[in-house]
Design a protein around this ligand. Sequence first.
Ligand code: W6P
Length: 358
Amino acid sequence: EFLWSDVCYLADQGATPLSLCQVIAARPVQVAELANRELPIRFAKRIRQIEDIPGWHESQDLVKLRYLYFQCFSDLRLIDLKDHDLHDLTVAVTRTKHRLSGAISLLMEAVQELKEKGLTLQESFLEPWLDRFLLSRIGTEMLTSHYVASMEGSSIVEKDCDPTVICLRAAEKARWLCMEHYKRIGNTVKINVETLPSAGNHGNRKGRHCFTYVPKYLYYMVLELLKNSARATIETSSSQAEIEARPIVVTVSANSGQVAIRIQDSAGGIPFEVAERVWSYTYSTADTRSDVWEHQGTPLAGYGVGLPLSRLYAQYLGGSLHLMSMPGEGTTAFLHLKRTLAALVRWKGAGDLLEITY
Ligand code: W6P
């Protein structure tokens, strides 16, 4: 019907690049206008992107995912924003947020399904396809979350985000996940969180390294890294005593420009053959059924979408994520984050990632 031709029309429209700062700094009414204008364009582009996968209509999951995006698209397109009454838009955006909450798990199942069917999807096609899709998913999720939060008078961004506190919370959760997952053998890891004092006056108040950030994304990234370290530690140990002799060490440091989080395990390192696989969506060894937005991920799942998605989050917010392996010793993850989102505007390299253009 007419909405489908509308999809075609909007998919061809250029999405206006939004900088994160622009979104964060906007007043609720402006956020509403942005959401109302930009979300349909971005959803139309996602629909088109799904159609770019050869044989997409043979995958139940992709058909479902495409229809989800179409429903979100339709809801938003049927809104009339005149009179500045935001109620209908708020209902639609909230519904959209819920509708798409399982989008990534659905997508990863689709990828699994396509692989099992032996559909010869070139990796060189699929990996960048997934990067693009997930990056845009981060962008629209950010916009919908921010819209909903700003209607409630709050924000997804915290001005006083304490990375140490986030690490402690993630550590607690990782230990809990271990206990759940290895219930029968009663294993859990030891995680030490240390905060380095910074030279100069950057650790405000009691040496804490507070900065402006989106806490739920930081939590997601740290938890993902801890899950990997914890799983490796437990699976390469033969007793609880051995596990406790190999604690995971989390170190938080900062200067005026950045916050760094280092996560070190002593699980023997990443074998050479595996090193490339950890960043790959398609080589994932474990089931990826998980709702990444709700953090209900499969406990300690293997190299699924978690690591590549964490790296996308880090990059999206102007930072980076690297893994270093010492063979026979262990793995160290380095998470570098921009200290102020304001600095992002000036950071030229961020252009492609920062702009929620997809
Ligand atoms: C390992 C494998 C891995 C992946 C990601 C992060 C940490 C670790 N540790 O042994």
